[in-house]
Design a protein around this ligand. Structure first.
Ligand SMILES: Cc1cc2nc3c(=O)[nH]c(=O)nc-3n(C[C@H](O)[C@H](O)[C@H](O)COP(=O)(O)OP(=O)(O)OC[C@H]3O[C@@H](n4cnc5c(N)ncnc54)[C@H](O)[C@@H]3O)c2cc1C
Length: 442
């Protein structure tokens, strides 16, 4: 550029651009040597658009820590979510309905088979892979992740930990192949956080049957599942027992909960059990107290922490892409300092969540994960995700409240992540008790 300005009288060129004198222009051009002429033509040529960095929410490259097989599954799930779920999910979210056609497609994806082997046993490294699958799903849609988490997490873990060998053999392969869909009924209309102490649903042994009475609330998938795991207190010994209650059982009924502002594409049910008779063979044979229920929740709580990671990651990526293309004051909003600050806060949150959860799942795979570790991850990710989706909504301006840009859905769905699988307060109390040695539960 310097060399060029020396050889060409730029003042003359500038003057020409004000009022073109063709003769003068031709004489100026004919006085140039070939090199100068080429440089001038290069300057005048339209500029190629600036190549921008790729939008990628995996800033610390946690993908590189996965085995080739885990990475392959991650990318397979990513493609599925982007191609099959993203194009349709806003319409279903608006309609308050789960897109049931996804079930057959999830079966074809065969991802539960990567977690549970043919023999029904958990595969090595399943917790990390399960977390990555949850992250990839929530990166596009949290409702789909929740459907999957209730089915492959809460329902399958209940049978895995509480079922006999025969029950595992009967149910796990069919659940793995989505031949049957599972749900999990623990929470009640009047008892949520305190359900371990205040459960009101009862079970009573009568001959070869059990008779169940009570209500369950918020039960994901229950409107269309083939069975729901029902946790009920034994009238005889006061202990909590688990039952596989088939949908068609007389005395079992479900109504859909309407009017949610989060996870609208998950169908949550209000279950009523009125003298509902279940065979002894369908009682979870190795679940003798609430301890088994708590063991299930410990395993799935990590999965919910990963939902926060994915939702935050999706919100960050959507925001960066939007900031690169949205122009105000003649410049992309990504070039404004304050907007960059929002993006950096989001990315910091996402990266902290990813690295924390990856370590949590490694501990889970090693069989050493403690309750308070899962609880800390849930508390941390729910909070950071909530902050991240709020920043994403802010960055999108008014369009941040429109479903079409997806961040409004992330923003709303995070409210459910914040409250289920143990609220923020309850998980904080679990961690607080572990680190101080004092229980602050009342
Ligand atoms: C979208 C969605 C899906 C769900 N899916 C299922 C499902 O499939 N199966 C299922 O069984 N359940 C499900 N749940 C229920 C969920 O687990 C409960 O909502 C959750 O455990 C909290 O219970 P609660 O809503 O009754 O709140 P409450 O227990 O009534 O809590 C209300 C408030 O009081 C606070 N609080 C309560 N006790 C204490 C305390 N000791 N100290 C300090 N603060 C306290 C809570 O933190 C909260 O802020 C789902 C919930 C939602 C929202």
């Amino acid at each position: 550029m310097m060399a060029l300005t020396k050889e060409v009288d730029m003042a003359k060129v500038a003057k020409l651009s004000e009022k073109v004198d063709l003769g003068q222009l031709l004489s100026l051009v004919s006085s140039m040597d070939e090199r100068t002429l080429q440089q001038l033509l290069k300057l005048a040529a339209p500029k190629a658009p600036k190549a921008l960095p790729v939008v990628d929410g995996d800033f610390f490259d946690i993908g590189a820590l996965l085995t080739p097989k885990q990475r392959e599954v991650q990318l397979k799930v990513r493609r599925f979510m982007e191609d099959e779920v993203e194009p349709i999910i806003n319409a279903y979210w608006q309609r308050d309905e789960f897109p049931r056609q996804l079930i057959g497609k999830l079966k074809d994806l065969d991802i539960i088979g990567e977690l549970f082997g043919e023999d029904g046993r958990r595969r090595e490294g399943a917790a990390v892979l399960e977390g990555i699958i949850g992250m990839e799903m929530a990166r596009v849609d949290v409702s789909t992740t929740t459907f999957f988490g209730v089915h492959s997490g809460l329902a399958m873990w209940s049978i895995y930990l509480g079922g006999s060998e025969a029950q595992r053999r009967e149910w796990l392969p069919r659940l793995r192949d989505f031949e049957v869909i599972g749900a999990f009924g623990l929470t009640e209309p009047d008892v949520g956080s305190a359900v371990s102490q205040g459960m009101t649903t009862t079970c009573r042994r009568e001959g070869d049957d059990w008779v169940l009475n009570g209500q369950k609330y918020w039960i994901g998938n229950a409107t269309f599942s083939d069975f729901t795991i029902i946790w009920a207190k034994d009238e005889a010994d006061g202990q909590v027992k688990g039952f596989i209650v088939r949908q068609e059982t007389p005395g079992f009924s479900v109504t859909k909960i309407e009017g949610k502002i989060a996870l609208r594409a998950v169908e949550n049910g209000h279950v009523t059990l009125s003298n509902c008779r279940v065979r002894e063979a369908d009682r979870l044979q190795n679940a003798h107290s609430f301890r088994t229920t708590a063991d299930v929740l410990r395993m799935t709580r990590a999965g919910v922490a990963w939902q926060g990671v994915g939702c935050g990651m999706g919100a960050y990526e959507k925001s960066l892409a939007y900031a690169q293309k949205r122009t105000q004051f003649g410049r992309p909003i990504a070039s404004f300092q304050l907007v960059q600050n929002l993006l950096v806060q989001m990315l910091g949150n996402v990266t902290a969540m990813q690295t924390m959860c990856l370590r949590l799942s490694q501990l889970q795979d090693a069989g050493t994960m403690r309750d308070e570790q899962a609880s800390l991850a849930k508390v941390f990710t729910a909070k950071r995700c909530r902050e991240t989706v709020a920043l994403a909504r802010e960055l999108h301006g008014g369009k941040g409240i429109l479903l079409e840009n997806h961040v409004a859905r992330y923003f709303a769905d995070t409210e459910a992540i914040y409250s289920y699988e143990g609220t923020n307060e309850i998980n904080s109390l679990v961690v607080g008790r572990a680190i101080t040695g004092y229980s602050a539960f009342v």
